[in-house]
Every structure is written in structure tokens, then in C-alpha cells.
Ligand binder design. Structure first.
Ligand code: NDP
Length: 283
């Protein structure tokens, strides 16, 4: 496993385990326990996933010392304000059963996220959050944000996979010292990614699957990945990407797969924005 160092000196594993769309607490707890047993040390959850308590139970039971784990969670839109973020961090800490969070992200650039950021800066200073970052900040939003705030985000977690590569966004993140982290590194299964002919043919040279090639391609371009699976054999497979390298030619072949847009979400669609505003994670 390789690590990446943030702009504030905190180190994060370049590969972690995501738990979006694992709402069943028993399944989630089991999945996180299996993931930690496989060797994952970064767990990515969010207030909006409704599974922070299950993740917390797994962390408590897994037997790995807290300081060896790296826990990411996220602020939901409903709590995007100064006071809202202060309270939301306390709620996440309680649900997770932790006294600090390694990385706390603004989940969406919606609501009063500048107010939320000021609260997060203070909580970082107070040691409750080791690092703070953002998610789904498309280039114009990230640029405005970085030009405005005192503490630059450590991470921007955005959709990044062979079919939506966002090279321009990565260049901007590099300019501001923001680490890119890929959500949906398998495009959530779209584009036939697991049997894609180009990824499969490249993988065959190394005895790897298309899934492993997709992850390796991202980490090789400096992007952290947080694949999700509730199947232990897939968790193991997804973690087994650190013993091979793609050639420049293979990286270039994958570059050709970019379709230049998401087929999962359209963050610029007003209906989508309204839907996220209406999603409440608490009363
Ligand atoms: P992924 O791209 O990781 O795809 C997950 C899907 O791939 C699941 O259906 C899983 O099935 C399947 N899968 C996993 N590994 C394999 C494999 N080796 N072979 C075949 N199928 C496989 O989607 P996610 O949306 O879950 O993204 C990953 C993480 O990113 C999330 O869990 C979450 O933590 C984060 N995220 C953040 C967002 C944000 O807005 N910040 C948005 C979306 C995700 P199965 O589980 O049945 O094995």
C-alpha cells in the first residue's frame, strides 16, 4: 500500500474501502470487518449513507489500533452552515464511537458551505478533525473555494474512472495542492467495466482483472481510490493492485476510453440539486 501526504502533513492510504449503498447495518458491519481483515485501513462513509453506527461498531470490534485506521466521513447538505457543521461533526463522532475523524469532507457544494468550512477549520484546529476537504467540487467551484478560504482542502473526492477521467479537474487540484480521490472508481458497474475488452486484455498480461486495471490506472496517476464491495473475494481482488504497473502505452490506451461526462449523476441539473436539498439525514 502506498500513502499520500496532505498539505497539512497528514498521510492517507491511496486505497480505501467505500460503504455507499450499504444501508443494512448487519451487512455494513460485516463488510467493514471483512475489509479490515483483508488489509484495508481507510474506510469511507458519510452522514448521508445512514451507516456510521455500523461502521463504528466494526471499527470497535476489528482489533486494529485506532491510529492505524483512517476514517473519512462527510457533512450532508442539510447541515451546511457554521452551526450545522459544528453539530454534525459531534453527531458523526458519537455515531462512529470515535473522538476524532481523520478526514471530514463537505459532501456537496450546496447550502452555506463557506460557513461550514469555517467551523471545520476550527474543529481541525481543536483536534477533532485531522484533515478537512471537499467532495463534488467541479473545477469552477473548487477554484472559487480555494481562492477564498484560509485553509485549502486536503482532498476533493469526485467521480473518476476510465470513462470519466477529468484531467482538467486533476490539473487544477494539483495547482492548489488538493489530493484527488475517486468515488465510483468502477463507474458503479456502468460501461460494462468488469468485462471491458480493453481493460480485460491489459489485465491478462499481468494476471489481473479489468477491475484491478481500472484501480491501478487511477492510483498510477496519483488518484486515491475507495472501491466498494460487500463480497470478501472482491475486496481482496480490489486490494491486490500493488504488485504490478501499467506501461505508458497501456495508460494511454485507457485514456482513449474517456467519454468526458458522468453517466451516474448530473450535478448541474436543478432537479438533482433540489433532490439533494430535500434529502434529510436527521429531523
Ligand atoms: P464503485 O464504482 O466502487 O462500484 C461498486 C460496485 O462494483 C458494486 O456494485 C460492487 O458490487 C461492484 N464490484 C466491486 N468490486 C468488484 C469486482 N472486483 N468485480 C465485480 N464487481 C465489483 O461505486 P461506489 O459508488 O460504491 O463508489 C465507491 C465509494 O465512493 C462509495 O462506496 C462511497 O464511499 C464513495 N462515493 C462517494 C460519493 C460522493 O458523492 N462523495 C458518491 C458515490 C460514492 P458488490 O458490492 O455486490 O460486490
Amino acid at each position: 500500500m502506498e500513502y499520500i501526504t496532505f498539505n497539512n502533513g497528514v498521510k492517507m492510504p491511496l486505497e480505501g474501502f467505500g460503504v455507499f449503498q450499504v444501508p443494512d447495518p448487519t451487512v455494513c458491519e460485516r463488510a467493514v470487518l471483512d475489509a479490515v481483515a483483508c488489509g484495508y485501513r481507510l474506510i469511507d462513509t458519510a452522514a448521508a449513507y445512514g451507516n456510521e453506527e455500523a461502521v463504528g461498531r466494526a471499527i470497535a470490534k476489528c482489533g486494529v489500533p485506532r491510529e492505524e485506521l483512517f476514517l473519512t466521513t462527510k457533512l450532508w447538505v442539510q447541515d451546511a452552515s457554521y452551526e450545522g457543521a459544528k453539530a454534525a461533526v459531534q453527531t458523526s463522532l458519537r455515531k462512529l464511537g470515535l473522538d476524532y475523524i481523520d478526514l471530514y469532507l463537505i459532501h456537496q457544494p450546496m447550502g452555506d458551505y463557506y460557513g461550514a468550512w469555517r467551523a471545520m477549520e476550527e474543529l481541525c484546529e481543536a483536534g477533532k478533525l485531522r484533515a478537512i476537504g471537499v467532495s463534488n467540487f467541479y473545477p469552477h467551484v473548487l477554484c472559487d473555494f480555494c481562492e477564498t478560504v484560509a485553509v485549502k482542502p486536503a482532498v476533493n473526492q469526485v467521480e473518476l474512472h476510465p470513462f470519466f477521467q477529468q484531467e482538467n479537474a486533476l490539473a487544477l487540484m494539483k495547482e492548489y495542492g488538493v489530493v484527488p480521490e475517486a468515488w465510483g472508481p468502477f463507474a458503479e458497474g456502468n460501461h460494462g467495466i468488469f468485462t471491458h475488452p480493453v481493460l480485460t486484455a491489459i489485465g491478462q498480461k499481468y494476471g489481473k482483472t479489468a477491475a484491478q486495471v481500472a484501480l491501478r490506472w487511477n492510483v498510477q496517476r496519483g488518484v486515491a481510490v475507495i472501491p466498494k464491495s460487500v463480497h470478501k473475494e472482491r475486496m481482496e481482488q480490489n486490494l491486490n493492485i500493488w504488485d504490478f504497473s501499467l506501461s505508458d502505452g497501456e495508460m494511454a490506451q485507457i485514456t482513449e476510453l474517456d467519454v468526458g461526462h458522468s453517466e451516474i449523476v448530473d450535478h448541474s441539473a436543478p432537479d438533482f440539486v433540489k433532490r439533494l436539498h430535500s434529502l434529510k439525514v436527521h429531523d
